[in-house]
Design a protein. Structure first.
Ligand code: HEM
Length: 388
């Protein structure tokens, strides 16, 4: 069977061969795959040529219902400034004490258990769920409900088809999620609070505010994007910590290395494997002609292991120069606005884990049970035995 970079392991030698000799290739689905770091960096900046799209060809989404990643300029810039200003106003540092006590509470429960526990369901998943709910201003008790809806959206057909068996658009496909978010927005309009949703509703940029449907669309996207990806970052890093006693000991001895470990995890195990784009103009790249209208995939995981950019890219190094130059958060005008929050959550989750846990033994050492989402990379389970 022909090699397919969209399903390849990150360390597959054939992926390295693409980077070396065939940086632009055609995948089985017909999309073009960019294997090299420099091409993904340039492509992410060239937002007029490459417009983000998870949708299947022919699927048309009304403007107000486009997710922020897929909105073309200049509308993207306006909406992005509204979101940035709401995030910036809500200082991320205020989240840290909340995150520390949450991680401690979770470990209180876990360390009571005698047998092995699943770190993903019992520790990793609740962290971004609760933190994003706290940041956005949703009631803490509701997180199980919207976390389940958020998984349902990611794993269903709405992102690609803008519909599922239940109906069209977000409101048709996931009505419970939409009703929930709409009622949060209506509450803030009635009774403003000192929180993110109130700011999102009231922030004005260039004389423009978000409409109700835009607010709902972007809020749902924030719930989802702050959740799934950060879960995979924490899960991937803990997977390595639990499976590599040397890494556990190094981080336990010198906590200042945890931030480096977070960056190296983002490079080696990026939670988002690819960026999907529609090519808007006929394009020549490395001798290939990509016609307007074709799909182009930026291989973030491949870029992060590009030998031209990183020394010894297939190995995890706690100390690298320019540790943040990986592409796990994308690049250009759509670069992830939640990067600081995700980094904070991962650092705190590992710090508290090392504070509380004396030793950790994986139930199935070296086994990586990945989530069944083609663009995502994170463990679905991580069964471990923990000792204080
Ligand atoms: C480790 C965790 C995370 C990873 C790996 C990640 C990754 C990414 C990537 C690769 C993009 C670029 C998408 C594109 O260009 O098509 C992106 C965009 C985005 N991320 Fe994140 N993200 C993470 C956490 C978060 C968090 C915590 C939030 C919310 C607070 C968030 C909100 C967003 C939003 C709103 C966008 C769209 C920005 C735009 O299009 O202008 N992300 N993220």
């Amino acid at each position: 069977m022909a090699f397919d970079p969209l399903v390849a392991d990150f360390d597959d030698p054939e992926l390295a061969e693409l980077r070396r000799s065939c940086p632009v290739s055609r995948t089985g689905s017909g999309a073009w795959f960019l294997a090299r770091y420099e091409d993904s960096v340039a492509g992410a900046k060239d937002v007029d040529r490459f417009v983000a799209s998870f949708r299947e060809p022919g699927v048309v989404v009304p403007d107000e219902e486009q997710l922020i990643s897929e909105i073309p300029e200049p509308r993207h810039g306006q909406i992005r400034r509204i979101i940035n200003s709401a995030i910036a106003a809500h200082r991320i540092t205020r989240v840290e004490p909340f995150c520390v006590s949450l991680c401690n509470e979770l470990l209180d429960g876990i360390l009571e258990c005698d047998g092995p526990v699943d770190l993903i369901t019992d520790y990793v998943m609740p962290v971004p769920n609760n933190v994003i709910a706290h940041l956005l201003g949703a009631p803490a008790d509701d997180f199980r409900r919207w976390a389940a809806w958020s998984d349902e959206v990611v794993q269903g057909t709405y992102p690609t088809k803008n519909r599922n068996d239940r109906g069209e658009g977000l409101a048709g496909a996931h009505p419970e999620f939409v009703d929930y978010v709409d009622s949060l927005i209506a509450d803030r309009r009635r009774q403003p609070e000192d929180d993110f949703i109130t700011r999102l509703v009231n922030t004005e940029v260039d004389g423009r505010r978000l409409t109700d449907i835009e607010t709902r669309t972007q809020l749902v996207f924030l719930f989802i994007s702050g959740n799934e990806t950060t879960r995979h970052l924490i899960g991937n890093l803990l997977w390595r910590v639990v499976n590599d006693p040397g890494l556990f000991a190094a981080l336990d001895t010198d906590r200042s290395l945890i931030s480096n470990a977070v960056e190296e995890s983002l490079r080696m195990d990026p939670p988002v494997r690819f960026l999907m784009r529609n090519c808007m103009a006929d394009t020549q790249l490395h001798g290939e002609s990509i016609p307007a209208g074709d799909k182009v995939v930026f291989g973030l995981a491949s870029a992060n292991r590009d030998e031209r950019q990183f020394d010894d890219p297939q190995n995890f190094h706690l100390e690298r120069p320019d540790q943040r130059s990986h592409l796990a958060f994308g690049g250009g005008p759509h670069v992830c606005p939640g990067a600081a929050l995700a980094r904070l959550e991962a650092r705190v989750a590992v710090e508290v884990f090392l504070d509380r846990v004396g030793s950790a033994t994986a139930a199935e050492p070296g086994t990586y049970d990945g989530v069944p989402v083609f663009w995502a990379h994170g463990p679905r389970t991580l069964r471990v035995r923990l000792d204080r």
